[in-house]
Design a protein around this ligand. Structure first.
Ligand code: 5GP
Length: 193
């Protein structure tokens, strides 16, 4: 998506460790106009797919998922990150390795918000090695629900997550795919992403 790529070029910062910082419009301050347009693009891409629920993960996923859920007129559920191992029987739980914090944490969703009849579109901000996304897919499948597809704002194509998850047969749509980032801050996108 040209508009998003342009914005990443203007405001994205390349940090050591292959981290792209987009706090200016996505991860801290939020450009709601841009996110509305991103939502429209996700809805266009998944136009003829049945969806009953949007699933994302706190915190940054929520703002991206909101316009998608709004336009599709379905509930938005966000998985919660839990430090403690004390989780009860009312939740589905999965363990996720955090790329940015270098630690495991539990991710939970209340059972009452995902059922076996749900057709779920998963939304997240970044796709790197695929751990967060695998965790969200696991939660949907624990519920016996169906993953209809995945919406990612920024995929880092030089990391393996996108390839691994597509190879498992899931549809993944990323609005911008970064193929390369250099230490001096240059960001290169995959064509037609
Ligand atoms: P993965 O689990 O695919 O390795 O990483 C995805 C998760 O880690 C995303 O939910 C996102 O929060 C975080 N993440 C991974 N790479 C980046 C990055 O380059 N920039 C930012 N801001 N977050 C990232």
């Amino acid at each position: 998506m040209e508009l998003l790529e342009q914005r990443i070029k203007e405001d994205g910062e390349v940090l050591p460790g292959n981290i792209l910082k987009v706090n200016n419009f996505l991860n801290h301050q939020v450009d709601t106009n841009l996110l509305d347009k991103m939502g429209e693009e996700f809805v266009r891409l998944y136009g003829n797919v049945e969806v009953t629920k949007i699933l994302t993960i706190e915190a940054s996923g929520i703002a991206i998922a909101y316009p998608v859920a709004r336009q599709l007129n379905v509930p938005l559920v966000f998985a919660k990150k839990h430090q403690s191992l004390n989780v009860n029987d009312d939740v589905y739980v999965t363990k996720v390795w955090s790329f940015t914090h270098k630690a495991f944490y539990n991710v939970v969703v209340a059972k009452k918000f995902l059922s076996k009849d749900d057709k779920v579109l998963i939304v997240d901000d970044f796709l790197a090695n695929g751990n967060a996304l695998n965790g969200l897919i696991d939660l949907v499948e624990q519920a016996g629900a169906k993953v209809q597809g995945v919406c990612i704002a920024i995929e880092k194509g030089f990391q393996d997550g996108g390839k691994l998850i597509r190879e498992k047969g899931y549809r993944v749509e990323s609005l911008a795919i970064v193929d390369k980032m250099t230490d001096d801050g240059q960001i290169y996108f995959r064509k037609n992403s």
